[in-house]
Ligand binder design. Structure first.
Ligand code: GRG
Length: 292
């Protein structure tokens, strides 16, 4: 049987493809401002599962045109890296480790980390406008801006910070993580489908899949915070003691069950694609069982 931590082979293939393209898009370390470029490359190119890029490529694949999604895949990874740098700052989660190495602010300081984060976000939008024809680029830029803004990652993070040291309802907890994690999963998958010329029904099916998968991903993240090993996850753990999490709400068994249910809801949305969506099903299976 495959060990739970094993990455699906398509994910390993996508990692190499995506990391090579990201590497070529970020200015080299010896180009001024060197320290900002170093910080950008440090977090962006560190080991990552590249799940969001995979969602974009697979979203386009089920619509029949996988290569069209590379711009969306890269934009999703730029946004994600930008958000990780911010999330780890002392004024946010104050985390010391990320992607198997000291967090950006620990190495480069807060000012450089903030600049690197903004510059990565800028590259996300620039990549979309350079990869796609005007009409599609405008649609994708709008999608990503709605994903990042106060109805997306920023909104989720803001409420997550307000909720620290407080008991919150399950509905509020779910909303925070739908915004913080689910929105970018959904933007990646639906953006990939839009880039591939997917039909509205295909885009909606992928949105339903990705938003449930995103929430399942976060539930498992909460489980890993309690049960995981820092050597495997590569990031600071046991950081959630002051937070309401899916584990503090439902206990480890309840959280595991919830993750399984969300993955089942996610994969049910793939029915219209038939066997063409098997790799998206495999990704959901990996998310439910992951240990990193
Ligand atoms: C302006 C971009 C921007 C964001 C501002 C800071 C912030 C608002 C939001 C934080 C969003 C965030 C970091 C959510 C956590 C999502 C999550 C589960 C991260 C871990 O993802 P993995 O495991 O990481 O896919 P790797 O390293 O494998 O890519």
């Amino acid at each position: 049987m495959t060990p739970p931590s094993a990455l699906p082979s398509f994910l390993i293939h996508y990692q190499a493809l995506v990391e090579d393209a990201l590497d070529r898009l970020v200015p080299p370390e010896d180009q001024p401002p060197e320290h900002v470029h170093r910080a950008m490359r440090y977090t962006l190119l560190a080991p990552s599962k590249r799940v969001r890029a995979a969602l974009a490529l697979l979203g386009a694949d089920v619509c029949g045109r996988e290569p069209r999604a590379m711009g969306v895949a890269l934009a999703a990874e730029f946004v994600h890296a930008s958000s990780l740098i911010l999330d780890d700052l002392p004024c946010m989660d104050d985390a010391q480790m990320r992607r198997g190495q000291p967090a950006s602010h620990v190495v480069f300081g807060e000012a450089t980390s903030l600049l690197a984060s903004f510059a990565l976000l800028d590259l996300a939008y620039r990549t979309l406008t350079r990869h796609y024809e005007d009409h599609l680029a405008a649609r994708l830029v709008t999608l990503f801006s709605e994903t990042v803004g106060t109805d997306g990652l920023v909104g989720g993070q803001a409420d997550d910070l307000l909720a620290a040291n407080r008991e919150i309802t399950f509905e509020r907890l779910e909303r925070i993580h739908r915004l913080k994690t689910g929105m970018l999963f959904s933007a990646a998958a639906t953006g990939g489908a839009l880039a591939a010329g997917g039909l509205p029904a295909q885009v909606s099916a992928l949105a339903a899949y990705a938003k449930n998968l995103g929430l399942a991903f976060q539930v498992v993240d909460d489980l890993l915070d309690v049960e995981g090993a820092e050597s495997e996850t590569g990031k600071s753990l046991r950081r959630d003691e002051k937070k309401t999490t899916f584990v503090s709400f439902s206990g480890p068994l309840g959280a595991r069950e919830l993750a399984g249910e969300l993955c089942a809801t996610a994969t049910a949305a793939l029915a219209p694609f038939g066997s063409r969506a098997d790799r998206l099903r495999e990704l959901a299976d990996f998310v439910a069982r992951r240990t990193r």
